[in-house]
Write a protein that binds this ligand. Structure first.
Ligand code: AKB
Length: 318
């Protein structure tokens, strides 16, 4: 990767991926883009920033040419719960941004990173230790768009030689930018509320096991995959990657080790619950481990300690 374009740079992943990439590859070689100018100063001040609607292919092409881009990270997405409120909007945003990135990379002979998700699986997928290659019949528009995105990535690779690669991310937990519209968002909000209010009302029920990952592992996974030797890749779109699997009771127990008075309550959101019920309890990520040496660094307790320490500073809570 020499010159990198990040689409959707102000989102949960982008806001941390941009500085991470700039640190590795140099500030000038990573162009951050988002649909408007309302992005943290850190994204605009530390390297190039362009206002870009990823659904506008002509503008994307002009930016790719201007900065001589060879790799696009497409982080534009409407997530699972939000997608159910407006499925046509979710399909349009999730697919048009991707097809623009793939078409442009076909012309430039570039590379594209596309995050897929545990949301690409569905109720008929094996739930435990979900294999890399298995039944994928998702029941959300987000999942349908992720399966289509995986297939498109492999198609553009096979047909046009685009270096398309992707990860099936689990829920991602981070303290910089809040996620929005996802089913796994509770696992971020719980840390904020634990510090601010000492309790949290969870919208998924006890026993809802889902794969999760701390942001530092998610960033490293993206770069390690894009830097992996292509001759070693049997799969491309997209690799199962996980770091931990837990339910609300387990994350609450981990928080209680640091904040003994923390209380967990429940008020179930039926839409989010049915989405969570349709996703795997835990994925088998052995193909990622074998093909490009994937290995997570954080488990639930080490993540909890770091999240709480970082959020105490951010929220100025003693
Ligand atoms: C969501 O909950 O929609 C996302 C995801 C798991 O892809 N965080």
């Amino acid at each position: 990767m020499r010159n990198i374009l990040v689409l959707g740079a102000a989102g949960q992943i982008g806001s941390e991926l941009v500085p991470y990439l700039r640190n590795i590859y140099s500030a000038d070689s990573v162009v951050a883009t988002d649909i408007n100018n309302k992005v943290p100063a850190s994204l605009k001040d530390a390297g190039p920033f362009v206002v870009l609607d990823a659904l506008n292919g002509a503008d994307m092409l002009a930016t790719v040419k201007k900065y001589n881009i060879d790799t696009i990270f497409n982080l534009v997405a409407v997530l699972s719960a939000r997608g159910e409120q407006d499925p046509t909007f979710a399909w349009k945003v999730n697919m048009e941004s991707l097809i623009n990135a793939l078409e442009i990379s076909r012309q430039t002979k570039g590379a594209v990173f596309t995050p897929s998700s545990i949301g690409a699986f569905g109720p008929t997928t094996p739930k435990d230790n979900t294999p890399q290659d298995t039944i994928m019949r998702p029941s959300t528009i987000y999942g349908v768009s992720k399966v289509a995105a995986e297939l498109l990535g492999d198609y553009y690779h096979a047909k046009f030689g685009v270096d398309a690669r992707g990860l099936r991310y689990p829920g991602i937990i981070s303290y910089v930018t809040l996620p929005g519209g996802g089913t796994t968002d509770y696992a971020v909000e719980i840390y904020y509320k634990a510090l601010q209010e000492g309790s949290y009302t969870c919208n998924l029920k006890a026993g809802s096991f889902l794969d999760m990952m701390y942001m530092p592992d998610a960033l490293r996974a993206a770069v390690e995959l894009m830097e992996a030797d292509p001759s070693k890749l049997i799969h491309r779109n997209s690799f199962n990657v996980s770091a931990m699997s837990f339910d609300p009771e387990m994350i609450a127990a981990s928080i209680k080790k640091e904040l003994p008075h923390f209380e967990l309550k429940y008020e179930i959101d039926p839409i989010k619950q049915s989405i969570a019920d349709s996703w795997p309890n835990s994925m088998d990520d052995s193909c990622a481990r074998a093909e490009w040496n994937w290995k997570p660094e954080y488990n639930l307790d080490s993540m909890t300690r770091d999240m709480l320490a970082k959020l105490r500073l951010k929220l100025d809570i003693k």
